[in-house]
Design a protein around this ligand. Sequence first.
Ligand code: ADP
Ligand code: MG
Length: 206
Amino acid sequence: MGVDSFVSWLRDVAVSLHDNAAYLTELDSAIGDADHGANMDRGFQAVVGVLDETSFDSADELLKKAGMTLVSKVGGASGPLYGTFFLRFGTALAGADLTPETIGKGLHAGVEGVLARGKAELGDKTMYDAWAPALEAYDAAVAGGSDLGTALTAAAEAAAKGRDATIPLVARKGRASYLGERSAGHQDPGATSTTLILESAARTLP
Ligand code: ADP
Ligand code: MG
């Protein structure tokens, strides 16, 4: 695999987030300000614009540019958080061969960036509630000798469970936390977009 796989991934994420923009916004209208779908769609359309204009020699350059684009084009909490994820993912891949192990290190570095920026903990009803089980499942699959496709599929499935598990939670970070107990009973928009991003990775990266 090489940089082309990562280009396919980012393009597929853009399609998936565009197709799911109304759904993500509906989720955000229940416990936020009804802009998550529009935010993600705008950000990834800008990433596609960059992909159309520029060719990249390496996955790390590509992911770093995608991250910087998201930071600059997306307001709200999710732009800096996803922007940091892709920036740190790219930085971790610099000079590395693309293997399930190095991609795992990149995913971990990206999620550590999300935590450094957002200070979320498990159970706060954020995107981290999808990322954390996804990383755990990915690591277990790779440790068991799985290939990249199998590990990413396991990660996406674990993210979906984490996303569903946000429904009963009371939000402790982000806008949804302003609602207190009233945030319970709704699925977190960011955990939903994280799951879409990982489902896309399982389809396109291997
Ligand atoms: P905003 O909340 O500024 O309108 P979005 O609607 O685009 O931004 O994104 C909301 C999502 O961002 C939430 O559903 C949640 O998953 C995620 N989020 C918000 N704050 C944090 C945080 N501190 N750490 C991790 N994720 C967060
Ligand atoms: Mg919002």
